[in-house]
Design a protein around this ligand. Sequence first.
Ligand code: URP
Ligand code: ZN
Ligand code: ZN
Length: 463
Amino acid sequence: MTTIIRGGTIVNADRAFRGDVLCFGDKIVAVGEQLDAPANATVIDAGGQYVMPGGIDTHTHMQLPFMGTVTADDFFTGTAAGLAGGTTTIMDFVIPDPKQSLLEAYRTWRGWARKSAGDYTFHVAVTWWDESVHADMGTLVREHGVNSFKHFMAYKNAIMADDETLVKSFRRALELGAIPTVHAENGELVYQLQQELLQKGITGARAHPLSRPPEVEAEAANRAIAIAKVLGTPVYIVHVSCAESLEAITRARAKGQRVYGEALAGHLVIDDSVYASEDEDFARGHVMSPPFRGKHHQAALWQGLRGGNLHTTATDHCTFCAEQKAAGADNFTRIPNGCGGVEERMAIVWDAGVNSGTLTPSEFVRVTSTNAAQIFNMYPRKGVIEVGADADLVVWDPNGTRTISAKTQFAKGGFNVFEGRTVRGIPTHTIAAGKLVFERGDLRAEEGAGRHIDRPAFTTTQA
Ligand SMILES: NC(=O)NCCC(=O)O
Ligand SMILES: [Zn+2]
Ligand SMILES: [Zn+2]
């Protein structure tokens, strides 16, 4: 199958230029001006719009069993929603229960992911430690294309990794040429604050941010960075939500440490006033960890993205419907944590980032796709428009608008944290592995069309 995108402004992280992109099968086979194409080629007229590498969302949770329930989006609906928003690859998480074999959990997630409409790859969480975990990490890296391991420093009595696990797993990751990643929150502190709030009778969703102040996140970020420094490993911090965590990353980077930070679309534009709502369903709909923060934290995150101390944008797409969230109606600690966004991330980052002048189009590509591909070793297969790369592309209309609503979204869950927001800058076409899968609102996602993307180990020690 041949597809040609004619007359676009091609935007890569390093430059933008006018040209056509010719795709054959699932690859880009030519990039240049006035390209010839076979008579049977599908022609997309970009008409001067931007043509960019498909988005990579470094952080999603499709079909995740979590806090006594399972997320509303599975791998088909979640990846399909991503395609509608210009995201062609997701990085999801295998999360073994404590004492569960990593390989067994990995096989389970691979089975669930077979129905994906877009490409996917996995970070594997290390939630406990023994010699079998040490061995399974090796097998995952050498035989299954895994090169990143996740550590939850929060969620005590569930999936929280203690310091022994962090240290041993970071060390093992280094040995294998894999990168450790962390959810940075001090789980013990969260737990104690939660108990105190409940004892005081503060049981509603408004208590959620009170149990997770910025210092809780900053302490864990500093701890993970210090452990990485001592062991000589790089470290990637997921969903950086506050100025204090960003300061920890910035400080370490200034001293030459290889620390990467991820910002979520939600944390970039939504503030903590959502938890003060009288409407408990609405407030519960915004319960995620770390929570939404005060406005000055958003400004800091944008500064981090522009200044190069934050590298990727993601969503932590983890959708639950109102009935699921209501499990915590009398006790905020039982509200399943998580919000959506895989469908909106690209438009939110463009609208708030590029339209405001904070990011250039090339910087947008860098933080929505290229950096993710480079940090997680998928580059140049992903993250760039060049010959030989996967034909994952988004045609972007910088003047098109859309008002976001749960009523019109493709994602499940019936709730949208960006509800009512009108964004300027939207995808008109998404091409995934060479196939036109989204065209002006018409989503043609195909169950099972997505592929697992193997990510080889890094060949050199990176720290
Ligand atoms: N973020 C969140 O609240 N839910 C998903 C799990 C996680 O990433 O912590
Ligand atoms: Zn997390
Ligand atoms: Zn997450």
